[in-house]
Design a protein around this ligand. Structure first.
Ligand code: UDP
Ligand code: MG
Length: 312
């Protein structure tokens, strides 16, 4: 029988985990009993609550449960990567612990791969119900911008919830970059992908770990990882300012020749200096973003560090 690996990244999910396990088991028994074997890989991403204890209890009860526990919080991207590395299944799925990625969709996704022959099935939510409006607005703006400036297609509302063939998971694992932006990485590796849409589901218990600031940084991550267009911006601005300055020089020379008075205009001079320094700092900031990402990449630090697994 084929094996399906269910990878669940968990950060402070003590409330949601038991509910997740119950629901996942229900789906497995009802829809997969005869079709496939399962393994659950819980990646404890440095939780500060009882998440690890709960995972260990599940492990005692159920041999299908495996786990990887990090030495500290490395972030969801690292957790998904670690899960894929240890997964042994022929099919691999990534899920959240809060049941926002409904296990009940799994059979439908499985059929898409088995019957329709796709390599991977991805999900996107068509509504953002239950989310603060400002967050939805920023998310939509982000997808508009990144799709304009990047060659890689990013799907608005895409979740990390996916089912994929082993081959796709291996391709993702082969991308060893430190700054990981999964939505882009999945686009990058290609393979035939079918998108399934569903209504947003609210988290079953606990609370979201994504503050606005964290999301903002993640968005920047996506832009620097998959587009170099912002770098062109500084060259463009440079050219525009040179042309403007050239025109201004000619105008001033003509004005001085006609009206005299070569020294007036101190306030406008200050405005110009402040404005141009602002533009310079802004573009240096952009270069700095890319430089800092490069800096972190060349250090080749590990993406995660494991403290314990079910084997030790
Ligand atoms: N998560 C994680 N590490 C983190 C933050 C989140 O492993 O540093 C996990 C979290 O436990 C959950 C999933 O990633 O299973 C999605 O997180 P969350 O529900 O907080 O995000 P949202 O659904 O609100 O975007
Ligand atoms: Mg969630």
């Amino acid at each position: 029988m084929e094996k399906i690996s269910v990878i669940v990244s968990c950060y402070n999910e003590e409330k949601a985990l038991p509910l997740f396990y119950e629901e996942m088991e229900r789906v497995r028994k009802e829809e997969f009993e005869e079709i496939a074997e399962f393994e659950y890989i819980f990646v404890n991403d440095g939780s500060k609550d009882n998440t690890l204890e709960i995972i260990k209890k599940l492990r005692e009860r159920d041999e299908k449960v495996r786990y990887v526990s990090f030495s500290r919080n490395f972030g969801k991207e690292a957790a998904m990567y670690a899960g894929m590395e240890v997964a042994k299944g022929d099919l691999v799925t990534l899920m959240d612990a809060d049941l926002q990625d409904p296990p009940s969709l799994l059979k439908k996704m499985y059929d898409v791969i088995k019957v329709e022959g796709y390599d991977t099935v991805a999900t996107r939510r068509v509504t953002r119900k239950g989310e603060p409006p400002i967050r939805s607005f920023c998310a939509r703006m982000f997808y508009k911008i990144i799709n304009k400036i990047s060659d890689i297609e990013m799907v608005d509302g895409a979740r990390d919830y996916r089912l994929m063939k082993r081959q796709v998971a291996d391709a993702i694992i082969s991308l060893k970059e430190y700054n990981r932006y999964s939505k882009g990485l999945f686009s990058f590796v290609g393979f035939s992908t079918k998108w399934i849409e569903y209504e947003n589901v609210e988290r079953i218990a606990g609370e979201t770990k994504w503050s606005f600031w964290k999301l903002f940084k993640y968005a920047l991550e996506g832009i620097t990882a998959f587009s170099t267009t912002p770098l062109i911006l500084s060259s463009l601005l440079g050219i525009i300012f040179c042309i403007a300055a050239f025109i201004a020089i000619i105008l001033i020379v003509i004005r001085t020749l006609i009206y005299g008075d070569p020294t007036s205009g101190w306030p406008s001079l200050v405005c110009i200096i402040v404005f141009v320094s602002g533009v310079q700092l802004f573009t240096i900031g952009i270069i700095g973003q890319y430089l800092s990402k490069t800096y972190l990449e060349v250090k080749k630090r590990p993406i995660y560090i494991i403290k314990e697994t079910e084997e030790n």
